[in-house]
Design a protein around this ligand. Structure first.
Ligand code: SAH
Ligand code: SF4
Length: 482
């Protein structure tokens, strides 16, 4: 994120809002020191990555089972140690090798010398009244090296939205992260570390022996384009699915992409997870404008790749269904995953589908003719549609579609036989919108003087800003000719 965008985030905040945010109903903390050095109750959810010098040591947190097995062999140990250590780290949240009581003393000592297990540093966290939780992680030096993670509870699930890159190169016109530009890819430990920290935030007051993992679903829908950071993202998702790590059902891990066509095929070659496509427009002309990667991979190619991905998910065979049923019985302390497995067992012919994400932009892609085009486009693709009310951010050239417009759009799609949901916006009191908390945290970690200066600048320029934003939008509508 560059300075310009950080500044832009400040602009619309007026003094009253600032005053209110000083005493929020929800809990919000900017952590000035590494979270690991806080006492229990402040935040013990991070490990000592920034307190202890880890140079010349290897971080085990992001290693897949295979990688960890190889690692143990290279240090002269048996490879079954990998599963033991994974369980401690990922299932019990223990990263101090000295606490891993089923390892021999000599191995604990050796691991302490050669390795560590650490998530990235938490610099800010917010726990909302509605159960939403957000974290901002620092993954390097400078204001631009921040990524965010959001946990949203709904319908008995806890869904974690994970970032895959710092910023994003693809510059979708409605996306705050896109406006920040691309900084760098996240490492596997920085990706899986987000899940580790989220689970840890529920475990920290529980004795090790009684700990269970809380996050039930993961969506790769945070900052960045996951298919452009392919290997680390796939490695992290393998850990999510691995029974020795998070043991999540493959239906509960979703990768969202703006449509990097060759990588969709590669994804299907390597792992079986749910796929979401950020479509946002039903024709190439409009999609080129909203999602510029469409110029490289137009809709006809994207739809074909989505169909190929779905076609790989053959119905479960009877044998597989029986296996699932047994597994479901065994998974007694993983109630949610067990329910998934039971569903699969009861309904072995259930077909895979793709989730189509469609952001609702007022007057841009939300008209009746867009809904009809969408129906035609998705005609032969098993899909569910998720309408996302646009999350505005400062200087965005769009506005959110009205509730009535969204409902009408949904109705048209439902009438055509599609399962079409509208994403509820949760965690509004802590800005649970893509890329937006990061901007605010970067602001908050600056000096108070900077705040005051920006507020004054904003008050002086409010009218100009409002005019130029709506002017930009009018220009977009004019160039589209609608
Ligand atoms: N890069 C990937 C995943 C991250 S974006 C992708 O584009 O799919 C996750 C989702 O948030 C995408 O569907 C994206 O289009 C949506 N999104 C981004 N900015 C948004 C905004 N301002 N309002 C609503 N949805 C937004
Ligand atoms: Fe990148 Fe996704 Fe944002 Fe587009 S919507 S800029 S692909 S993060």
């Amino acid at each position: 994120m560059n300075v310009e965008v950080v500044d832009a985030q400040v602009a619309p905040v007026d003094a009253n809002v600032l005053a209110q945010s000083a005493t929020p109903a929800s809990s919000s903390e900017v952590l000035e020191k590494p979270a690991s050095s806080f006492t229990q109750g402040d935040d013990s959810s991070n490990c000592a990555s920034d307190v202890v010098d880890h140079s010349n040591k290897v971080n085990l947190l992001g290693m897949t089972r295979k990688e960890l097995e190889t690692y143990f062999e290279t240090i002269g140990e048996k490879k079954f140690r990998a599963a033991q250590v994974m369980k401690w780290i990922h299932q019990l949240g223990v990263t101090d090798f000295n606490e891993m009581t089923n390892l021999a003393g000599s191995l604990r000592e050796k691991l302490s010398r050669l390795a560590y297990a650490a998530a990235p540093e938490v610099v800010h966290r917010e726990y909302s009244n509605d159960g939403t939780r957000k974290w901002v992680f620092r993954v390097g030096e400078g204001a631009g090296s921040l990524v965010e993670t959001v946990l949203i509870p709904a319908d008995g699930r806890k869904t974690l939205c994970i970032s895959s890159q710092v910023g994003c190169a693809l510059d979708c016109s409605f996306c705050s992260t896109g406006k920040q530009g691309f900084q760098r890819d996240l490492l596997p430990a920085e990706i899986i570390g987000q899940l580790w920290v989220a689970n840890q935030s529920y475990m920290e007051d529980t004795p090790v022996g009684e700990r269970t993992r809380t996050v039930t679903n993961v969506v790769m829908m945070g900052m960045g384009e996951p298919l452009l950071n392919f290997e680390p993202v796939v490695a992290s998702m393998q850990l999510m699915l691995d029974d020795h790590a998070y043991g999540m059902s493959k239906r509960r891990v979703t990768l969202s992409t703006s449509g990097i066509v060759p990588m969709i095929d590669k994804l299907g070659d390597q792992i079986d997870v749910a796929l979401a496509i950020s479509l946002h427009a039903p024709n190439d002309e409009l999609r080129n404008e909203l999602v510029p990667i469409n110029k490289k991979y137009p809709l006809v190619e994207l739809m074909a790749a989505a169909r190929r991905y779905v076609a790989r998910g053959a119905p479960l065979s009877d044998k597989s269904a029986q296996h699932k049923a047994v597994k479901a019985k065994m998974a007694q302390n993983q109630a949610v995953n067990a329910a998934d497995d039971q569903d699969d067992a009861l309904e072995p012919s259930r077909k895979k589908h793709v989730t189509i994400e469609y952001v609702m932009l007022d007057g841009v892609n939300d008209q009746p003719h867009h809904a009809k085009q969408l129906i035609q486009l998705l005609n032969d693709l098993p899909s569910k549609i998720n309408l996302i009310p646009f999350n505005p951010f400062p200087h965005a050239p769009y506005e959110r579609s009205s509730r009535n417009r969204i409902m009408a759009f949904q109705q048209t799609l439902s009438d055509a036989g599609y399962v079409c949901t509208v994403r509820m916006t949760r965690g509004d009191d802590i800005d649970a919108a893509c890329g937006q908390l990061v901007g605010q945290v970067a602001d908050r970690t600056r000096r108070a003087e900077k705040w005051k200066q920006k507020i004054v600048e904003h008050q002086n320029s409010t009218n100009t800003t409002a005019e130029s934003t709506s002017g930009q939008r009018r220009e977009i509508l004019r160039t589209r000719g609608s």
